[in-house]
Design a protein around this ligand. Structure first.
Ligand SMILES: [Mn+2]
Length: 320
């Protein structure tokens, strides 16, 4: 039931035909959303386009991704000539400005989420692509400007979404792209270390708390943990410091599915899921109005943590 993609040539043609462009990554952006959006923005900026890139505030480790000065406050964007959604599975992830998207003269949706709803006027969705950054590499390579900073951003996005070339989405083309990007003399060791091996002290403390609270269910097939607003406050941290936890939960021997819950506010709990081979956590997330990839997905549930866990566990029990 997937809809048809437009060609990359068509996408380039549409971009070239517009001068004022808004580019928007998904809410609570990760390394790929930031890398892909800043790379495309910088490339279009270099071509002389007027570009506004929308990314919500992100953790300190992503400061290694260049060109964040191109980011605009979303409050200042109320109309768009061309609106490009990049690394967003659906309009609900457009940072609450779906209305600006819908009112834009022209829209493009470039993404790699399995659950993508083909919500653009023009769409390029490659669910097997390792990252949105890999797609941006394909889009601009040989056609739009590339330089060391753009290459650094794309490399950061690719390694982030592949977990450092580990996940099954890593393909020969992913390595070719990364190899070509390295040719721009990018600080690849620094990028890797910043994204995967550096953290604030508060993040370390929150991780410790999450590991201490980890629970094993269904004979160890499900590993789960949760963090409350109180936990975050007691560790002097923020909810931008929780990204790494889920991957450690997934790494426990014999785990089939890992879940991590945190309190976003008094009303909502954010749930993240990781699945090992044979377990489709995108389908799980979609049951709660979320989405993502087959092996990595998430959703927001309007319930206290205990209730959200109960609802999610009931669905997981059916999957195991
Ligand atoms: Mn992505």
């Amino acid at each position: 039931m997937k809809e048809k993609n437009d060609s990359l040539e068509k996408i380039r043609e549409i971009i070239l035909a517009h001068e004022n462009i808004v580019i928007c990554g998904h809410t609570n952006p990760d390394g790929d959303a930031i890398g892909a959006n800043l790379a495309l923005a910088a490339s279009l900026h270099k071509m002389g386009k007027k570009v506004q890139v929308l990314l919500e505030p992100f953790g300190k480790k992503y400061a290694v991704i260049p060109n964040s000065h191109l980011i605009t406050e979303k409050e200042s964007v109320n109309k768009a000539e061309l609106f490009i959604a990049l690394d967003c599975g659906d309009m609900g992830r457009l940072q609450g400005i779906a209305e600006v998207f819908q009112n834009a003269s022209c829209t493009i949706n470039i993404d790699h989420h399995t659950s993508n709803s083909y919500f653009g006027e023009y769409n390029y969705v490659e669910e097997h692509a390792s990252s949105a950054s890999e797609i941006v590499f394909k889009l601009i390579k040989g056609h739009f400007p590339m330089d060391r900073d753009i290459a650094s951003a794309l490399y950061a996005g690719i390694i982030y979404d592949t977990g450092g070339f580990r996940h099954s989405s890593t393909a020969p083309f992913t390595m070719e792209a990364a190899g070509e990007l390295m040719g721009y003399d990018i600080p690849f060791t620094k990028i890797y270390n910043e994204l995967f091996d550096s953290r604030n002290f508060s993040e370390l403390k929150i991780m410790g708390r999450a590991f201490d609270k980890a629970e094993s269910h269904f004979d160890g097939k499900l590993i789960c943990s949760s963090i409350t607003m109180q936990d975050i406050a007691q560790c002097n941290g923020t909810n931008k410091e929780l990204d790494a936890i889920i991957n450690y939960l997934k790494g426990v021997n014999d785990t089939k599915i890992a879940c991590f819950f945190y309190e976003k506010n008094e009303m909502d709990v954010k749930a993240s899921f990781r699945g090992n081979d044979g377990y489709d956590v995108c389908a799980l997330a979609q049951k709660f109005g979320g989405g993502g990839h087959i092996k990595a997905a998430g959703c927001t549930i309007a319930a206290p943590i205990a209730k959200a866990k109960e609802m999610v566990f009931a669905e997981i029990e059916k999957m195991l």
